[in-house]
Design a protein around this ligand. Structure first.
Ligand code: PGA
Length: 257
């Protein structure tokens, strides 16, 4: 049985000036002994804070971007490419977050190209999938989530994949204070793993880390991690305070000290 290390990733969205990012890094640094070494950590921050965070965050916390453009360079005003991110040590890149899909019109095809670009440049894509409330109520959750994944994996059929993360984030649970039940989230995570064993390989599926996201906080993270197919969490609001981030690291368990 493969050992999948738990993974806790913060998604800061469009929050924090440089001064605020510096305070977070300093506070987390003071609490770094609470960040158990049995867990992997990432903070996906706005581009403007990434360099500072790479220098200032405790060594076990890797930096991540919230988006990327799939072309390498060129006349794409306002965009940031995968080689630019890789160049200064970005480890994770969120791809296809539901806010990107719904507010900025990202299609499955764009999400697939972005994931491919992230892999080509040696970083780890965190591909976000999830259903809307209407889709859940119509019983379409698995169809929606698996078709979002199919679009990505069709485009990656020939790609070498060293490390890959899927974040299952029901759209209605993001920023709403409502979470999926552990059973519902776990059922989707299990379906994702089974599906990827079929379309990719059993080994790939066994190594894949699947995160739950949507109103995760210190008080509920442990219950999600108890599910055998949920390997960690992608956390928005509750990742903005260093203390809360360290609380989640502790609650996620794995360390006795
Ligand atoms: P939330 O956001 O934890 O604030 O619900 C999660 C996300 O958007 O990744």
């Amino acid at each position: 049985m493969t050992e999948r290390r738990p993974l806790l990733i913060g998604n800061w969205k469009m929050y924090k000036t440089l001064a605020e990012a510096r305070s977070f890094a300093q506070e987390l640094g003071q609490q770094s002994t609470r960040l158990c070494m049995a867990i992997d950590y990432g903070i996906c921050a706005p581009f403007t804070s990434l360099h500072l965070l790479r220098v200032m965050l405790p060594a076990q916390v890797r930096i991540g971007a919230q988006d990327v453009y799939y072309e390498t360079e060129g006349a794409f005003t306002g965009e940031i490419s995968a080689p630019m991110l890789a160049d200064f040590g970005t480890h994770f890149v969120l791809v296809g977050h539901s806010e990107r899909r719904s507010l900025f019109g990202e299609s499955n095809a764009m999400v697939a190209k972005k994931a491919a670009a992230v892999l080509r440049h040696g970083m780890v894509p965190v591909v976000c999938v999830g259903e809307s409330l209407a889709e859940r109520e119509r019983g379409e959750t698995l169809a929606v989530v698996l078709s979002q994944l199919d679009a990505v994996f069709d485009a990656l059929a020939d790609a070498d994949i060293a490390d890959f993360v899927v974040a299952y984030e029901p759209v209605w649970a993001i920023g709403s204070g409502k979470t999926a039940t552990v059973n519902d989230a776990g059922e989707v995570a299990s379906a994702i793993r089974t599906h990827l064993a079929t379309i990719r390989s059993a080994e790939f599926a066994a190594n894949l880390r699947i995160l739950y996201g949507g109103s995760v906080k210190p008080g509920n993270i442990a219950s999600f991690l108890e599910h055998a197919d949920i390997d960690g969490a992608l956390v928005g609001g509750a990742s903005l305070e260093a203390n809360s981030f360290a609380d989640m690291a502790e609650a996620a368990g794995g360390c006795s000290a």
